[in-house]
Unconditional design. Structure first.
Ligand code: ATP
Ligand code: MG
Length: 400
Protein backbone atom coordinates (compact mmCIF):
# COMPACT_ATOMS: atom_id res chain seq x y z
CA UNK A 1 0.00 0.00 0.00
CA UNK A 2 1.31 3.45 -0.83
CA UNK A 3 1.64 5.57 2.31
CA UNK A 4 0.95 9.28 2.35
CA UNK A 5 4.18 11.22 3.05
CA UNK A 6 3.49 11.71 6.72
CA UNK A 7 3.09 7.98 7.33
CA UNK A 8 6.22 7.21 5.31
CA UNK A 9 8.09 9.56 7.62
CA UNK A 10 6.43 8.04 10.67
CA UNK A 11 7.40 4.55 9.51
CA UNK A 12 10.97 5.51 10.46
CA UNK A 13 9.84 5.64 14.08
CA UNK A 14 8.45 2.09 13.78
CA UNK A 15 11.77 0.97 12.27
CA UNK A 16 13.70 2.41 15.19
CA UNK A 17 11.56 0.47 17.66
CA UNK A 18 12.05 -2.71 15.67
CA UNK A 19 15.79 -2.04 15.44
CA UNK A 20 15.84 -2.14 19.24
CA UNK A 21 13.93 -5.42 19.26
CA UNK A 22 10.45 -4.06 20.07
CA UNK A 23 7.20 -4.33 18.18
CA UNK A 24 5.52 -1.14 17.01
CA UNK A 25 2.45 -0.35 14.90
CA UNK A 26 0.34 2.52 13.71
CA UNK A 27 -3.00 2.35 15.51
CA UNK A 28 -6.32 4.13 15.89
CA UNK A 29 -7.58 7.01 13.80
CA UNK A 30 -4.66 7.20 11.38
CA UNK A 31 -5.17 3.63 10.14
CA UNK A 32 -8.94 4.14 9.96
CA UNK A 33 -8.60 7.40 8.06
CA UNK A 34 -6.10 5.91 5.62
CA UNK A 35 -8.54 3.09 4.82
CA UNK A 36 -11.42 5.57 4.50
CA UNK A 37 -9.34 7.65 2.10
CA UNK A 38 -9.46 10.62 4.42
CA UNK A 39 -6.63 12.94 5.40
CA UNK A 40 -4.73 11.37 8.25
CA UNK A 41 -4.78 13.46 11.45
CA UNK A 42 -2.62 12.67 14.47
CA UNK A 43 -0.46 9.60 14.15
CA UNK A 44 -0.72 7.24 17.11
CA UNK A 45 1.76 4.43 17.65
CA UNK A 46 1.45 1.38 19.91
CA UNK A 47 4.58 -0.50 21.01
CA UNK A 48 5.77 -3.34 23.22
CA UNK A 49 8.45 -1.01 24.66
CA UNK A 50 7.61 0.38 28.11
CA UNK A 51 7.50 4.16 28.57
CA UNK A 52 10.90 4.05 30.32
CA UNK A 53 12.39 2.23 27.34
CA UNK A 54 10.81 4.71 24.90
CA UNK A 55 12.54 7.48 26.85
CA UNK A 56 15.86 5.67 26.50
CA UNK A 57 15.47 5.05 22.76
CA UNK A 58 14.46 8.57 21.69
CA UNK A 59 16.11 11.87 22.58
CA UNK A 60 13.01 13.95 22.83
CA UNK A 61 10.18 12.35 24.78
CA UNK A 62 7.44 14.24 26.61
CA UNK A 63 5.74 12.18 29.33
CA UNK A 64 2.09 13.21 28.89
CA UNK A 65 0.19 10.26 30.34
CA UNK A 66 2.65 7.92 31.98
CA UNK A 67 -0.09 6.30 34.09
CA UNK A 68 -1.67 5.08 30.82
CA UNK A 69 1.68 4.30 29.26
CA UNK A 70 1.53 7.28 26.88
CA UNK A 71 4.37 9.60 25.88
CA UNK A 72 4.88 12.00 22.99
CA UNK A 73 7.92 11.22 20.88
CA UNK A 74 9.36 14.11 18.86
CA UNK A 75 11.15 12.80 15.83
CA UNK A 76 12.26 14.71 12.70
CA UNK A 77 10.18 17.74 13.80
CA UNK A 78 6.99 15.69 14.15
CA UNK A 79 5.10 14.52 17.24
CA UNK A 80 3.84 10.99 17.73
CA UNK A 81 1.67 9.74 20.57
CA UNK A 82 3.28 6.49 21.61
CA UNK A 83 1.46 4.12 23.96
CA UNK A 84 2.75 0.87 25.37
CA UNK A 85 0.56 -2.18 24.56
CA UNK A 86 -1.75 -2.42 27.50
CA UNK A 87 -4.71 -4.20 28.91
CA UNK A 88 -7.19 -2.26 31.01
CA UNK A 89 -8.35 -3.52 34.39
CA UNK A 90 -11.91 -3.03 35.69
CA UNK A 91 -13.60 0.33 35.36
CA UNK A 92 -15.17 0.70 38.80
CA UNK A 93 -15.52 4.48 38.45
CA UNK A 94 -16.73 4.37 34.83
CA UNK A 95 -13.97 6.72 33.81
CA UNK A 96 -10.55 5.29 34.33
CA UNK A 97 -9.53 1.67 34.39
CA UNK A 98 -8.53 0.74 37.97
CA UNK A 99 -5.17 -0.43 36.73
CA UNK A 100 -3.43 -0.83 33.43
CA UNK A 101 -1.13 -3.68 32.67
CA UNK A 102 1.54 -3.44 29.99
CA UNK A 103 1.58 -6.32 27.51
CA UNK A 104 4.02 -7.87 25.07
CA UNK A 105 1.58 -8.36 22.17
CA UNK A 106 -0.88 -6.03 20.54
CA UNK A 107 -3.90 -8.34 20.71
CA UNK A 108 -5.12 -7.29 24.16
CA UNK A 109 -4.41 -3.68 23.29
CA UNK A 110 -6.71 -3.83 20.29
CA UNK A 111 -9.41 -5.48 22.38
CA UNK A 112 -9.62 -2.50 24.77
CA UNK A 113 -10.35 -0.06 21.90
CA UNK A 114 -13.83 1.34 21.36
CA UNK A 115 -14.95 0.49 17.81
CA UNK A 116 -13.87 -2.13 15.30
CA UNK A 117 -12.78 0.59 12.85
CA UNK A 118 -10.51 2.03 15.58
CA UNK A 119 -9.10 -1.35 16.59
CA UNK A 120 -6.85 -1.77 13.56
CA UNK A 121 -3.07 -1.85 13.67
CA UNK A 122 -0.73 -1.46 10.72
CA UNK A 123 2.96 -2.26 10.49
CA UNK A 124 5.62 -0.33 8.63
CA UNK A 125 4.96 -2.28 5.44
CA UNK A 126 1.24 -1.51 5.49
CA UNK A 127 0.14 -4.97 6.66
CA UNK A 128 -2.98 -4.67 8.74
CA UNK A 129 -3.89 -6.56 11.90
CA UNK A 130 -7.65 -6.74 12.09
CA UNK A 131 -8.98 -8.99 14.86
CA UNK A 132 -12.57 -7.69 14.86
CA UNK A 133 -13.46 -7.25 11.18
CA UNK A 134 -12.86 -3.54 11.32
CA UNK A 135 -12.02 -3.35 7.63
CA UNK A 136 -15.33 -4.97 6.74
CA UNK A 137 -17.15 -2.45 8.94
CA UNK A 138 -15.29 0.42 7.30
CA UNK A 139 -16.30 -1.01 3.90
CA UNK A 140 -19.92 -1.08 5.00
CA UNK A 141 -19.65 2.34 6.63
CA UNK A 142 -20.58 0.95 10.00
CA UNK A 143 -19.70 1.84 13.60
CA UNK A 144 -19.69 -1.22 15.85
CA UNK A 145 -18.24 -1.75 19.32
CA UNK A 146 -15.45 -4.19 19.94
CA UNK A 147 -17.28 -6.81 22.00
CA UNK A 148 -20.56 -6.38 23.88
CA UNK A 149 -21.86 -2.83 23.51
CA UNK A 150 -23.58 -2.66 26.88
CA UNK A 151 -20.39 -3.69 28.69
CA UNK A 152 -18.17 -1.39 26.65
CA UNK A 153 -20.44 1.64 27.10
CA UNK A 154 -20.78 0.94 30.82
CA UNK A 155 -16.99 0.80 31.14
CA UNK A 156 -16.70 4.25 29.60
CA UNK A 157 -19.92 6.05 28.61
CA UNK A 158 -17.92 8.62 26.64
CA UNK A 159 -17.85 5.97 23.92
CA UNK A 160 -21.58 6.68 23.38
CA UNK A 161 -20.73 10.26 22.45
CA UNK A 162 -17.76 9.08 20.40
CA UNK A 163 -20.10 6.87 18.36
CA UNK A 164 -22.25 9.83 17.27
CA UNK A 165 -19.10 11.95 16.79
CA UNK A 166 -17.73 9.40 14.31
CA UNK A 167 -21.14 9.17 12.59
CA UNK A 168 -20.95 12.93 12.11
CA UNK A 169 -17.35 12.93 10.89
CA UNK A 170 -17.50 9.89 8.62
CA UNK A 171 -21.20 9.73 7.68
CA UNK A 172 -21.21 6.12 8.90
CA UNK A 173 -24.26 4.37 10.31
CA UNK A 174 -24.27 2.80 13.75
CA UNK A 175 -24.80 -0.98 13.88
CA UNK A 176 -28.25 -1.84 15.28
CA UNK A 177 -27.00 -3.71 18.35
CA UNK A 178 -24.53 -0.91 19.10
CA UNK A 179 -27.33 1.64 18.80
CA UNK A 180 -29.52 -0.35 21.19
CA UNK A 181 -26.67 -0.56 23.66
CA UNK A 182 -26.17 3.21 23.44
CA UNK A 183 -29.82 3.76 24.27
CA UNK A 184 -29.71 1.33 27.14
CA UNK A 185 -26.70 2.97 28.78
CA UNK A 186 -27.18 6.63 27.75
CA UNK A 187 -28.06 7.99 31.19
CA UNK A 188 -24.53 7.07 32.31
CA UNK A 189 -23.27 9.95 30.16
CA UNK A 190 -24.15 12.18 33.10
CA UNK A 191 -21.33 10.63 35.12
CA UNK A 192 -18.52 11.63 32.75
CA UNK A 193 -16.37 14.74 33.06
CA UNK A 194 -17.91 17.62 31.10
CA UNK A 195 -14.56 18.48 29.49
CA UNK A 196 -14.41 15.05 27.86
CA UNK A 197 -17.96 15.46 26.52
CA UNK A 198 -17.24 18.97 25.22
CA UNK A 199 -14.11 17.78 23.42
CA UNK A 200 -16.12 15.14 21.54
CA UNK A 201 -19.05 17.49 20.89
CA UNK A 202 -16.75 20.04 19.28
CA UNK A 203 -15.68 17.36 16.78
CA UNK A 204 -19.31 16.23 16.47
CA UNK A 205 -20.55 19.67 15.38
CA UNK A 206 -17.61 20.13 13.00
CA UNK A 207 -18.25 16.84 11.18
CA UNK A 208 -18.87 17.03 7.44
CA UNK A 209 -21.93 14.79 7.96
CA UNK A 210 -23.17 16.55 11.10
CA UNK A 211 -26.79 16.09 10.00
CA UNK A 212 -26.31 12.30 10.29
CA UNK A 213 -25.00 12.86 13.81
CA UNK A 214 -27.95 15.11 14.74
CA UNK A 215 -30.39 12.49 13.45
CA UNK A 216 -28.77 9.95 15.80
CA UNK A 217 -28.86 12.46 18.65
CA UNK A 218 -32.61 12.80 18.18
CA UNK A 219 -33.45 9.14 17.66
CA UNK A 220 -31.38 8.01 20.66
CA UNK A 221 -32.32 10.88 22.97
CA UNK A 222 -28.68 11.25 23.99
CA UNK A 223 -29.16 15.03 24.16
CA UNK A 224 -31.40 14.54 27.18
CA UNK A 225 -28.23 13.69 29.11
CA UNK A 226 -25.93 16.46 27.87
CA UNK A 227 -25.08 19.46 30.08
CA UNK A 228 -27.60 22.35 29.80
CA UNK A 229 -29.28 20.78 26.76
CA UNK A 230 -30.90 18.26 29.10
CA UNK A 231 -32.85 21.15 30.67
CA UNK A 232 -33.95 22.38 27.21
CA UNK A 233 -34.53 19.19 25.20
CA UNK A 234 -36.71 20.98 22.60
CA UNK A 235 -33.64 22.89 21.48
CA UNK A 236 -32.43 19.99 19.38
CA UNK A 237 -35.66 20.08 17.36
CA UNK A 238 -35.01 23.74 16.59
CA UNK A 239 -31.54 23.16 15.15
CA UNK A 240 -31.29 24.36 11.54
CA UNK A 241 -32.33 21.62 9.12
CA UNK A 242 -30.11 20.77 7.41
CA UNK A 243 -27.43 21.85 9.80
CA UNK A 244 -23.98 22.77 8.41
CA UNK A 245 -20.63 21.83 9.98
CA UNK A 246 -19.63 24.38 12.63
CA UNK A 247 -15.93 25.19 12.44
CA UNK A 248 -15.29 26.00 16.12
CA UNK A 249 -16.67 25.52 19.62
CA UNK A 250 -17.28 29.29 19.73
CA UNK A 251 -19.68 28.95 16.81
CA UNK A 252 -21.43 26.00 18.47
CA UNK A 253 -22.03 28.04 21.62
CA UNK A 254 -23.27 31.00 19.55
CA UNK A 255 -25.73 28.80 17.69
CA UNK A 256 -27.01 27.18 20.90
CA UNK A 257 -27.41 30.58 22.55
CA UNK A 258 -29.32 31.89 19.54
CA UNK A 259 -31.67 28.90 19.68
CA UNK A 260 -32.13 29.23 23.42
CA UNK A 261 -31.55 32.89 24.31
CA UNK A 262 -32.71 32.20 27.87
CA UNK A 263 -29.29 30.58 28.39
CA UNK A 264 -26.57 33.24 28.09
CA UNK A 265 -23.25 32.65 26.38
CA UNK A 266 -21.60 32.82 29.81
CA UNK A 267 -23.88 30.06 31.08
CA UNK A 268 -23.19 27.85 28.07
CA UNK A 269 -19.45 28.35 28.49
CA UNK A 270 -19.63 27.57 32.20
CA UNK A 271 -21.90 24.55 31.76
CA UNK A 272 -19.70 23.10 29.05
CA UNK A 273 -16.47 24.11 30.80
CA UNK A 274 -15.10 25.84 27.74
CA UNK A 275 -11.99 28.00 27.64
CA UNK A 276 -11.87 31.79 27.74
CA UNK A 277 -10.89 31.74 24.10
CA UNK A 278 -14.13 29.95 23.21
CA UNK A 279 -16.09 32.44 25.32
CA UNK A 280 -14.53 35.42 23.54
CA UNK A 281 -15.18 33.88 20.13
CA UNK A 282 -18.83 33.25 20.96
CA UNK A 283 -19.31 36.78 22.29
CA UNK A 284 -17.64 38.21 19.22
CA UNK A 285 -19.71 36.14 16.81
CA UNK A 286 -22.92 37.03 18.61
CA UNK A 287 -22.05 40.74 18.52
CA UNK A 288 -21.28 40.51 14.79
CA UNK A 289 -24.62 38.78 14.15
CA UNK A 290 -26.50 41.53 15.98
CA UNK A 291 -24.63 44.18 14.00
CA UNK A 292 -25.43 42.32 10.79
CA UNK A 293 -29.14 42.26 11.61
CA UNK A 294 -29.29 46.04 11.89
CA UNK A 295 -26.59 47.24 9.49
CA UNK A 296 -25.76 44.33 7.19
CA UNK A 297 -22.27 43.27 6.17
CA UNK A 298 -19.98 46.29 6.21
CA UNK A 299 -16.41 47.30 6.90
CA UNK A 300 -16.96 48.03 10.57
CA UNK A 301 -18.37 44.52 11.15
CA UNK A 302 -15.48 42.82 9.34
CA UNK A 303 -12.89 45.05 11.02
CA UNK A 304 -14.08 44.07 14.48
CA UNK A 305 -14.36 40.38 13.68
CA UNK A 306 -11.19 38.31 14.20
CA UNK A 307 -10.01 36.55 11.09
CA UNK A 308 -10.39 33.14 12.70
CA UNK A 309 -14.13 33.86 13.06
CA UNK A 310 -14.78 34.67 9.37
CA UNK A 311 -15.69 31.13 8.40
CA UNK A 312 -17.87 30.63 11.47
CA UNK A 313 -19.65 33.92 10.85
CA UNK A 314 -20.54 33.01 7.28
CA UNK A 315 -21.90 29.63 8.41
CA UNK A 316 -23.97 31.18 11.21
CA UNK A 317 -25.22 33.99 8.97
CA UNK A 318 -26.46 31.43 6.50
CA UNK A 319 -28.01 29.01 8.99
CA UNK A 320 -29.43 31.43 11.54
CA UNK A 321 -29.98 34.66 9.63
CA UNK A 322 -30.70 33.02 6.25
CA UNK A 323 -28.32 35.39 4.51
CA UNK A 324 -26.02 34.50 1.68
CA UNK A 325 -22.85 36.09 3.05
CA UNK A 326 -19.96 33.88 2.03
CA UNK A 327 -16.47 33.57 3.43
CA UNK A 328 -15.22 35.18 0.19
CA UNK A 329 -17.55 38.18 0.69
CA UNK A 330 -16.00 38.75 4.10
CA UNK A 331 -12.45 38.32 2.77
CA UNK A 332 -13.15 40.79 -0.03
CA UNK A 333 -14.16 43.44 2.51
CA UNK A 334 -11.17 42.55 4.69
CA UNK A 335 -8.89 43.26 1.75
CA UNK A 336 -10.39 46.74 1.36
CA UNK A 337 -9.83 47.67 5.00
CA UNK A 338 -7.38 50.59 5.29
CA UNK A 339 -6.28 49.41 8.74
CA UNK A 340 -6.57 46.15 10.66
CA UNK A 341 -6.07 47.44 14.17
CA UNK A 342 -5.77 50.68 16.09
CA UNK A 343 -1.98 50.35 15.91
CA UNK A 344 -2.23 50.82 12.14
CA UNK A 345 -3.71 54.32 12.54
CA UNK A 346 -1.42 57.04 11.15
CA UNK A 347 -1.70 58.90 14.47
CA UNK A 348 -1.35 57.76 18.05
CA UNK A 349 -2.24 59.21 21.44
CA UNK A 350 0.98 61.22 21.64
CA UNK A 351 0.30 62.85 18.26
CA UNK A 352 -3.15 63.91 19.45
CA UNK A 353 -1.78 65.37 22.67
CA UNK A 354 0.71 67.39 20.67
CA UNK A 355 -2.23 69.03 18.89
CA UNK A 356 -3.52 70.22 22.25
CA UNK A 357 -0.31 71.17 24.06
CA UNK A 358 -2.20 72.89 26.87
CA UNK A 359 -4.49 69.96 27.64
CA UNK A 360 -3.76 67.27 30.13
CA UNK A 361 -3.86 63.63 29.13
CA UNK A 362 -7.10 61.85 29.99
CA UNK A 363 -9.91 59.70 28.66
CA UNK A 364 -10.44 62.16 25.78
CA UNK A 365 -7.34 60.78 24.03
CA UNK A 366 -8.73 57.25 23.85
CA UNK A 367 -12.19 58.51 22.92
CA UNK A 368 -10.82 60.60 20.08
CA UNK A 369 -8.76 57.65 18.84
CA UNK A 370 -11.94 55.53 18.85
CA UNK A 371 -13.71 58.12 16.70
CA UNK A 372 -10.77 58.33 14.27
CA UNK A 373 -10.51 54.55 14.10
CA UNK A 374 -14.13 54.20 13.03
CA UNK A 375 -13.88 57.08 10.52
CA UNK A 376 -10.79 55.57 8.91
CA UNK A 377 -12.23 52.06 8.81
CA UNK A 378 -15.49 53.17 7.22
CA UNK A 379 -13.62 55.34 4.71
CA UNK A 380 -14.85 58.75 5.95
CA UNK A 381 -11.28 59.76 6.54
CA UNK A 382 -8.09 58.48 4.93
CA UNK A 383 -5.36 57.05 7.08
CA UNK A 384 -3.07 60.00 6.51
CA UNK A 385 -1.43 61.95 9.29
CA UNK A 386 -2.07 65.40 7.79
CA UNK A 387 -5.64 64.66 6.85
CA UNK A 388 -6.39 63.30 10.29
CA UNK A 389 -4.71 66.32 11.89
CA UNK A 390 -6.83 68.70 9.79
CA UNK A 391 -9.98 66.84 10.66
CA UNK A 392 -9.18 66.96 14.37
CA UNK A 393 -8.49 70.71 14.21
CA UNK A 394 -11.75 71.42 12.41
CA UNK A 395 -13.67 69.32 14.90
CA UNK A 396 -12.42 70.60 18.25
CA UNK A 397 -12.85 67.71 20.62
CA UNK A 398 -14.19 68.04 24.09
CA UNK A 399 -10.97 67.65 25.98
CA UNK A 400 -12.62 68.42 29.29
P1 ATP B 1 -9.23 11.45 15.72
O1 ATP B 1 -9.11 11.40 14.26
O2 ATP B 1 -10.26 12.41 16.18
O3 ATP B 1 -7.93 11.61 16.46
P2 ATP B 1 -9.13 8.81 16.85
O4 ATP B 1 -9.87 7.55 16.53
O5 ATP B 1 -7.65 8.78 16.62
O6 ATP B 1 -9.82 9.99 16.09
P3 ATP B 1 -8.49 9.47 19.55
O7 ATP B 1 -9.37 10.10 20.59
O8 ATP B 1 -7.28 10.17 19.07
O9 ATP B 1 -9.46 9.12 18.33
O10 ATP B 1 -8.08 8.04 20.12
C1 ATP B 1 -7.11 7.20 19.48
C2 ATP B 1 -7.54 5.74 19.58
O11 ATP B 1 -7.60 5.36 20.95
C3 ATP B 1 -8.92 5.45 19.02
O12 ATP B 1 -8.90 5.20 17.64
C4 ATP B 1 -9.32 4.23 19.81
O13 ATP B 1 -8.68 3.07 19.29
C5 ATP B 1 -8.72 4.50 21.17
N1 ATP B 1 -9.64 5.20 22.08
C6 ATP B 1 -9.75 6.53 22.29
N2 ATP B 1 -10.68 6.81 23.21
C7 ATP B 1 -11.18 5.63 23.61
C8 ATP B 1 -12.16 5.24 24.56
N3 ATP B 1 -12.83 6.14 25.28
N4 ATP B 1 -12.39 3.90 24.72
C9 ATP B 1 -11.71 3.00 24.00
N5 ATP B 1 -10.78 3.29 23.09
C10 ATP B 1 -10.50 4.58 22.89
MG1 MG C 1 -6.25 10.35 17.12
Amino acid sequence: MGFPDRLTQAADVLKIFEGHGYKAYFVGGCVRDLLCDRDVGDIDIATSATPDTVQEIFDKVIPVGLEHGTVIVRYAHQSYEVTTFRMDGDYSDQRHPDDVQFMQTIDEDLKRRDFTMNALAMDKEGTIIDLFDGQEDIGRGQIRTVGNGIDRFQEDPLRIIRAIRFASQLGFSIATETLHAMMAVKQEIETIAVERIAHEMEKFFAGTCVQTGIDYLQTTGIHEHLPIIKGHPGLVDRLPDPIMPLPSMGSVITLLHRLEPAVSIHEWVKGWKCSNKVKHQALELNKAMKHFQTAGLNRWLVYRLSEDCYKAFSVLAKMVLHSSVTYQDILAIDEQLPIHSKQDLAVNGKDLMRLYPDAKGGPWVGELLDILEKKVVTGDLSNDKNEIRDWVQWHPHDIG
